[in-house]
Design a protein around this ligand. Sequence first.
Ligand code: CP
Ligand code: NVA
Length: 315
Amino acid sequence: AGGNFTSISALEPGQLRSLLDESHALKALYRPSAPSATPPPQPLAGTSVAMIFQKRSTRTRVSTETGVTMLGGHPLFLAPTDIQLGVNESVRDTASVLSRFNDVILARVGHTSTIEELCEHSTKPVINALCNKYHPLQTLADLMTLEEKWGRGGVDGRTISWVGDGNNIIHDLMVGGAMLGANVRVATPPGYECAPDVVERTREVLHGGRELKLTPDASVACEGADVIVTDTWVSMGEEDQYDQKVAEFAGYQVKESLYEKANPGALFMHCLPRHPEEVDDEVFYGDRSVVWQEAENRMWTVMSVVMAQRGKSVQ
Ligand code: CP
Ligand code: NVA
């Protein structure tokens, strides 16, 4: 509790477990349908969260603003045109100033080095709200969703399969899944493999005889899958590579035939925003898909991260 939240790799398994437990507890207490005789508590009253966004966002922005407000805190959305950062002021100076106003600094940035710089110069805890290499908030929501389907501890022994780019989303999911006892199977096109240090961290936290399989073959990755996960092939900032990547990712679209060797009832997840090239409508809008629940859980999980950084809990 209290520290920066920069990647799942940087967590210990026990910290991941605590954040997930708090997320489940928050959802049970605060969701509008939860039975409650008294108004729910406002443990973040007096807490202000600076939200720096150097890239677009629907889910991360709205879930954080809504969730922090629900807990009594004050989120400040700071888009590139709102503050001096990136135009007229350095990351270092921005971190030093915001630390004096705000209790938490959440940031969505281009390169992971910007998150590192914020951490270095902020005297308040930092949350990585996506960078080129990591998206740890998304992993919390993904694992929370899987636990809602399979029960607490239910990820243990399951198989998480990824088909697509070796990007920020799978980097955190492979480590988090391994921490919870999953097998992880990843198919990426040649040239788009996951970062070696993240693969190494995944191998470090794998336990109980579970395996990490890396392959260019989507159907091999989906053998024995309990959930197949993908993401856009063209991440924010890569728009100029669209034609090239769509050509190189041919054959990696998630569709029903990829579920042939998956386990019965295997699920589908996607962090969103989604494009039809990486998953067809039948799977995306079909019974396997848990994408809307996954999106909702972005709120309960970011709430748990801010709560932990402020040393609070509703459990
Ligand atoms: N999944 C996700 O981070 O979505 P946004 O880009 O809309 O925040
Ligand atoms: N890989 C995507 C995730 C968006 C939430 C991106 O970085 O743009």
